[in-house]
Design a protein around this ligand. Structure first.
Ligand code: 5GP
Ligand code: ZN
Length: 138
């Protein structure tokens, strides 16, 4: 539990939420301010500010739950697609600093905007960036 963390308060039932799923490690709730109807967020019960702080045991369990919930959302809402989105750091759009994963139902003619432009690599640039990152993967 981290002081003044809205998601820790939701986990501790100090703040109410609409729950979709709960187990020993995670809770999935409806987002209070949805990008689309059915927008949900998965929250680990332990406080990690972001992915960089998450332990390997929790990380290894996350996508098992994501897949279960994603399939149920797709089945029930019959959406055309679903974005799984996870922001780390203010620069990446994170506003609640307790790790979470968004489930955003998508429809061909919706107005949800999750897009980016496309940069280009110079000669050998992708290879040298990859080499430097590879050396840090533990
Ligand atoms: P972020 O921008 O950090 O990736 O996403 C934070 C999300 O948490 C936002 O989509 C926001 O609507 C949602 N959120 C913030 N406060 C609450 C709350 O008190 N209850 C619920 N259910 N969602 C919240
Ligand atoms: Zn927290």
């Amino acid at each position: 539990m981290s002081n003044n963390c809205i998601f820790c308060k939701i986990i501790g039932n100090e703040i109410s939420s609409v729950s979709l799923y709960e187990d020993d490690d995670f809770k999935v709730i409806m987002d209070i301010s949805p990008a689309a109807k059915g927008h949900a967020v998965l929250i680990p019960k332990k406080h990690f500010a972001n992915l960089f702080e998450m332990d390997e045991n929790t990380a290894s369990k996350v996508f098992v739950v994501v897949a279960k919930v994603a399939k149920a959302i797709k089945e029930e809402l019959n959406c055309d697609g679903l974005n799984i989105l996870q922001n780390n750091g203010e620069a990446a759009g994170q506003t609640v600093f307790h790790f979470h994963i968004h489930f955003i139902p998508r429809y061909y003619k919706d107005s949800v905007d999750i897009t980016w432009g496309h940069d280009r690599y110079g000669e050998g640039e992708a290879e040298s960036i990859a080499e430097a990152i590879r050396a840090r993967i533990v």
